[in-house]
Design a protein around this ligand. Structure first.
Ligand code: BGC
Length: 470
């Protein structure tokens, strides 16, 4: 589905040093993804001990500690795009890292429950902001042919952050030190801040600000010599064509905004975080012992990381669409298998328990190879430069809002319709998502962001046409 290679793209074969440079810069920036994963994952284990320290918290008070982060993330995602378009990508990452440090230290040293809630909202601002600025920055700095893999360092970092948080929760559970569980996140936050001080601003953003000399200096480090002038000319040309944020609702952008928002919503309403946040409780409820449930959870987290590594490797080889479509089909299979295993009742034993766990593992692995990384990658690729930050903000915000709705309603849903009904519902929604992706999601592999922008706005070829004429 990708466009045939253009002569310019052929020349776009950075040498080892360019590759090393962008790999290093992507890895530093992806610490933002690590913090995203860690801060969303750590709370499940920490809650067990927080509730004791504050003299017993009600379920609602516990839910607030978890979900206020998501509310903060909606706000952070909304603000960060506008800020990134205005002050630049690099300064936005620096600001985000500073907010992370502030939030996690406040959580670690909190004197009271209300202050902990404030800290969770502040951490949420940073998580929401990081979730859009990291793919945005990496996407603009790396050369097209590596973009899929390097932008997906972000998803790899998210999944690693989740896994590390499970392990740290487990490791600190004997000392019950929930303050340290929160506070340890200050380490990657400080690393992100200091690492970013040595990174360059995004060349695309510099050109939109008329700072072409600086953009050229940055590009000299991350592109082949022959590509630099052409890229600057292209960026200049497309950035002159648009009117600014009002463009977000212009007829030629609206369908793309829809694609980003629906990818975001589908990423959440197909149920990933009901597994990420609740798997141990789900498995305990189905009759697993404590340690079997925790072990299955760690294995699930490891599968999530492992399959994301496979995705990083494959995204620039086979393209985004094949992974998205195969992965989403796999998610539907996994969910339906899990649902079937609950048909005989909510208490699982013997073979049925194994089938349920295999279904969930298969589901997570399939998410990790497709919809997990592809959502964050595509929203960094499909929007016109001038409004890229703002459009990504809208999609990211939709992701956090959908996450919030699913997370807050999941346990109620489970009580109302049981495991069978809940998992069949997620399976069905996954099939709807698959049909939508099949029809509307464009392939972006191997093309420069400028080429994608041109293709998606004028007389595109299939499957891009489906998007542009929606
Ligand atoms: C999603 C998160 C999810 C994570 C799991 C991300 O792509 O946006 O909501 O927790 O993947 O790996």
């Amino acid at each position: 589905m990708s466009a045939p290679a253009s002569p310019r793209r052929e020349a776009d074969a950075p040498g080892g040093s360019i590759r090393r440079h962008v790999a290093f810069s992507s890895a530093i920036t992806a610490l933002g993804g690590l913090l995203f994963g860690y801060d969303t994952g750590v709370v499940s284990g920490a809650l067990l001990f927080i509730k004791k320290d504050f003299g017993g918290l009600s379920s609602f008070q516990q839910e607030l500690v978890t979900s206020l982060l998501l509310v903060g993330a909606v706000v952070g995602a909304l603000g960060a795009g506008r800020i990134a378009d205005r002050i630049g990508r690099r300064k936005t990452v620096l600001g985000t890292a500073a907010v992370f440090v502030l939030g996690v230290l406040l959580a670690a040293f909190t004197p009271s429950y209300p202050v902990l809630l404030i800290a969770r909202v502040i951490i949420g601002f940073a998580v929401g902001s990081a979730s859009m600025i990291v793919p945005l920055y990496i996407g603009e700095v790396v050369p097209p042919r590596f973009r899929g893999g390097f932008v997906s360092f972000n998803q790899l970092a998210i999944t690693s952050g989740i896994l590390v948080s499970y392990l740290i929760d487990y490791g600190l559970s004997s000392s019950q030190n929930w303050r340290l569980m929160f506070g340890l996140a200050a380490v990657p936050a400080v690393l992100l801040f200091s690492g970013m001080l040595f990174q360059q601003e995004s060349p695309a953003w510099l050109v939109t600000r008329g700072r072409e000399d600086q953009a050229r200096a940055v590009l000299r480090r991350v592109r082949d010599r022959g590509d630099i002038d052409a890229e600057i000319n292209e960026i200049r040309e497309i950035s002159q064509r648009q009117a600014g944020v009002r463009e977000l609702l212009a007829p030629r952008v609206r369908p793309l905004l829809m694609v980003g928002v629906l990818l975001a919503v589908f990423q959440q309403i197909t149920g990933i975080n009901t597994i990420i946040y609740y798997a141990p409780s789900l498995l305990q409820g189905a009759g697993f012992g404590n340690s079997a449930a925790l072990l299955a959870n760690v294995v699930n987290g490891a599968i999530n990381v492992g399959m994301t590594i496979v995705a990083v490797w494959l995204l620039d080889r086979v393209g985004r669409r094949p992974l998205l479509l195969t992965g989403t089909a796999g998610m539907a299979v996994g969910m339906i298998v899990a649902a079937l295993s609950f048909l005989g009742g909510s208490h699982l034993t013997g073979a049925l328990a194994i089938v349920a766990v295999i279904g969930l593992f298969f589901y997570t692995g399939s998410f990790a190879i497709g919809l997990g990384p592809v959502f964050w990658l595509l929203i960094a690729e499909i929007y016109p430069l001038k409004i890229r930050g703002a459009a990504m903000s809208v999609a990211t915000m939709a992701n956090w809002a959908a996450n919030f709705v699913v997370t807050i309603s999941f346990l109620t849903l489970l009580n109302a319709v049981g495991g069978v009904g809940t998992f069949f519902l997620f399976g069905f929604l996954t099939l709807v998502a698959l049909a939508y992706f099949w029809r509307k999601v464009p392939e972006t592999k191997g093309r420069s962001l400028q080429e994608i922008e041109r293709d998606l706005s004028v007389e595109p070829v299939e499957p891009v046409q489906a998007v542009a004429t929606q």
